[in-house]
Design a protein around this ligand. Structure first.
Ligand code: GLA
Length: 720
């Protein structure tokens, strides 16, 4: 049993293979958090401490006991108005204008299998893979109910949380804040690891102490954003890749979010994740309910690499869906950096011919094929094939591409509208705007109001009409601006649910089409999108050296198989940097792999390199996709970026290294491996040299002396 309840002490214990999570509905009825950490037997209510604390109030139910204060006790779901003055997860505004909810334990249910959520993505599990705990709390005055949901995936060391707020009273209430998970720690010093960035430079890792202040990160951009990823880690001071305690929190949601971390007046740490309270409020009439998106929690005391692997497994097996997740993905060539808007049907067919000659599986026709779109100022919403530009119908073009023995994929941006479009001229009110105000422009486009069904339905019809014209085997779903002009407080949430509704319908109708998510690269790289799109374009930055950092940051939560990564031309279009074809290949192979260049501009040597690169990728793609991933260096600090994947049975490993600096007369460089079998010996494929597993992990392997800048190496090892 992964979930147990002790009727006498009213303690709930959630157990996974290596972790225990415990809480107690105490004598006052409050749900106190007792413990989350390494697996242990017993009950941990002995950890609670009580004291008469000045200016920390006492709930009325405590009577004259001045030592009972919610301002100091660890809680599962802290609510504003209960005398806990720290960050709160819940704020309900009642019909009388008061902001108060005082949720106390009523009952609970334990069931086999994992709960599901209506209209939102969630961790999926078979009946025998998970258990669900639902704890019902209620405000005795308003009868607002909180259904706290816990999903326990025992084998995966994963605990999910979500909350349904139900207005079981008679008067309307407004949800002003509803986070999804809170973790309280009674003592200890922690670091918060977060992933910040900007367009084309996403998910930089930053580690900062949690101190006596409230740290808030999140997004009010309508999407999960380039600026902060909705995944954070709370790590012990000494935690590193290989050892130490760390807690992950990952939001399964693609819109606005908030993470708050704070050390309180008694040096206790609270961290919360969920929807932000900005640009948000949700009215609940009597009987109505609101679902807060899911947070995936995971813990290990074996360091950050292990934590990442736990998330990778969870995402690959319980978030991503469809036939492509564990299959070899098509290696694609995308027209964007090859031609931008300047292409015709012949250009695409030429790309297909080149692709075939090189051994690439698929051509993707990126932006510019519809309406009169020859730059990014028009036509979004006019999802009609520009047959003049393509020199014929889409059907014909796809046939020509397929005739070359190459698959065909297409770019779309369904959530957007250009003011210069027939759609906008016909339905200006479909764009998100505040009545009486001119909307904020970004990339000269506006956002369609996907919270409205009629808007979604029309776009769905138009997109399907395009997809039905031929053998489309891949879609790149883009989203190239943030949401502004939020005209009502329910819109930010309803918009995201509208996007999910659209994706749900699209994936049901086209189960054989592989969808790659994208938002100006990695601006919506989150577990919510991965539920529908098993891969996401990691960044608009294809520079191999910058990519080592972007992909490093991305790897803390997301598996390699989710990261869209391509070899592009040099000098690189974003940084102007020149790196070798080999280096670009090594960087891109730590992703779904593909190309973003015009092969017609390559010389024979470069083409031969691509063929060899593809052979190498095909040999290792399964290992790369399914293996355990280890970060071997920190490209923000070290002279080289290094990472590796090891097969489940530890018989095979592929180590990748890219040098980041060039120095005269340098010291020798060694890379220390991980995850190998200590007692085994491994043969390196190119040199035939045999290395002892333990030594590879202790002393490492000597890298060749560099003769040029940004050299890269791939070291393939097989157990002998
Ligand atoms: C975004 C994407 C790019 C490309 C362009 C097309 O920036 O991230 O890959 O598709 O849009 O406009």
């Amino acid at each position: 049993m992964a979930i147990t309840f002790n009727e006498t002490t009213r303690i709930f214990t959630l157990t996974t293979a290596h972790t225990t999570y415990q809480m107690q509905a105490d004598a006052q009825g409050y749900l106190l958090h007792l413990y989350y950490g390494a697996r242990t037997a017993g009950e941990m209510d002995y950890l609670l401490n009580y004291g008469d604390r000045g200016f920390s109030g006492n709930p009325n139910s405590a009577g004259s006991d001045r030592t009972y204060s919610l301002d100091a006790l660890p809680q599962e779901y802290p609510s504003l108005g209960t005398g806990d003055f720290r960050n709160y997860a819940l704020n309900i505004e009642n019909a009388d204008g008061s902001q108060c909810c005082n949720p106390v334990y009523i009952t609970h249910e334990i069931a086999a299998g994992k709960y599901t959520l209506k209209g939102l993505p969630f961790v999926r599990a078979e009946e025998n893979e998970a258990e669900t705990l639902k704890i019902i709390l209620e405000d005795p005055v308003t009868k607002v109910e909180l259904h706290l949901l816990y999903g326990v995936l025992e084998k995966e060391d994963i605990i999910t949380r979500s909350v349904i707020i139900k207005n079981a009273g008679k008067a309307p209430v407004t949800v002003k804040k509803a986070q999804s998970a809170c973790l309280d720690f009674l003592h200890g010093d922690y670091d918060l690891i977060k992933f910040y960035g900007r367009h084309a430079m996403e998910r930089n890792m930053e580690r900062m102490p949690v101190s006596h202040e409230s740290t808030r990160i999140g997004s009010r951009r309508g999407t999960s954003s380039h600026q902060y990823n909705p995944g954070v880690i709370l790590a012990g001071k000494n935690t590193n890749e290989d050892s130490g305690s760390c807690y992950g929190m990952l939001f399964v949601y693609s819109g606005n979010f908030l993470v708050e971390a704070e050390k309180d007046q008694y040096d206790q740490t609270r961290i919360q994740m969920g929807l932000t309270d900005e640009l948000f409020a949700y009215s609940l009439e009597a009987g109505a309910e609101f679902t807060a998106p899911e947070v995936i929690l995971s813990y290990t005391n074996k360091g950050l690499s292990r934590l990442s692997q736990q998330y990778h497994h969870c995402i690959m097996n319980h978030i991503c869906q469809g036939k492509y997740v564990h299959a070899n993905r098509p290696v694609l060539i995308n027209s964007w950096e090859a031609a931008y808007f300047d292409f015709t049907g012949d250009t695409i067919v030429e790309l297909a011919k080149e692709a075939k000659a090189l051994g690439i599986d698929m051509v993707v026709m990126d932006d510019g094929w519809f309406g009169k779109r020859n730059d990014d100022n028009s036509s979004l919403g006019d999802w009609y094939v520009n047959e003049e530009k393509l020199g014929g119908t889409l059907t014909k073009l796809i046939e020509r591409v397929n005739a070359e023995g190459v698959k065909f994929g297409i770019w779309i941006e369904p959530e957007m509208v250009s003011e210069d479009s027939d759609l906008y001229r016909e339905h200006p009110d479909w764009a998100i705007t505040i009545p009486g105000r001119k909307p904020v422009r970004s990339r000269n486009q506006l956002v369609l109001d996907f919270s409205r069904k009629e808007v979604r339905d029309e776009i769905f019809k138009r997109i399907c009409a395009v997809l039905d014209q031929g053998n489309v085997e891949y879609i790149k779903w883009d989203m190239n601006r943030s949401l502004a002009d939020i005209y009502a407080p329910n819109v930010t949430y309803d918009y995201v649910l509208g996007v999910y509704d659209f994706l749900e319908k699209l994936t049901n109708r086209y189960p054989d089409i592989l969808i790659e998510g994208c938002s100006g690269g990695g601006g919506r790289f989150d577990a919510g999108m991965l539920y529908y799109t098993p891969q996401i374009w990691c960044s608009d930055n294809t520079d191999a050296i910058n990519r080592t950092r972007i992909q490093y940051g991305t790897s803390f939560f997301y598996p390699v198989a989710a990261m869209g990564s391509h070899v592009s031309a040099v000098p690189n279009h974003q940084t102007g940097r020149v790196t070798s074809m080999h280096t670009r290949g090594v960087a891109a192979m730590s992703g779904t792999f593909g190309y973003e260049l015009n092969p017609a501009l390559l010389n024979a040597k470069e083409k031969a390199e691509i063929r060899a690169q593809l052979a190498q990728y095909r040999e290792y793609q399964e290992l790369i996709r399914e293996g355990d991933y280890y970060r071997l260096s920190n490209p923000f600090q070290d002279n080289f970026a290094a990472w590796m994947v090891v097969s489940d049975d530890r018989s095979k490993a592929l180590v990748s290294v890219i040098r980041l600096t060039a120095e005269a007369n340098p010291s020798a460089a060694y890379v220390t491996l991980k995850g190998m079998e200590e007692d085994a010996f491994y043969r390196e494929k190119t040199t035939g040299k045999v290395y002892p597993g333990a030594a590879l992990m202790e002393a490492g392997i000597l890298l060749p002396a560099a003769v040029s800048e940004y050299e890269a190496y791939q070291i393939a090892l097989e157990r002998v």
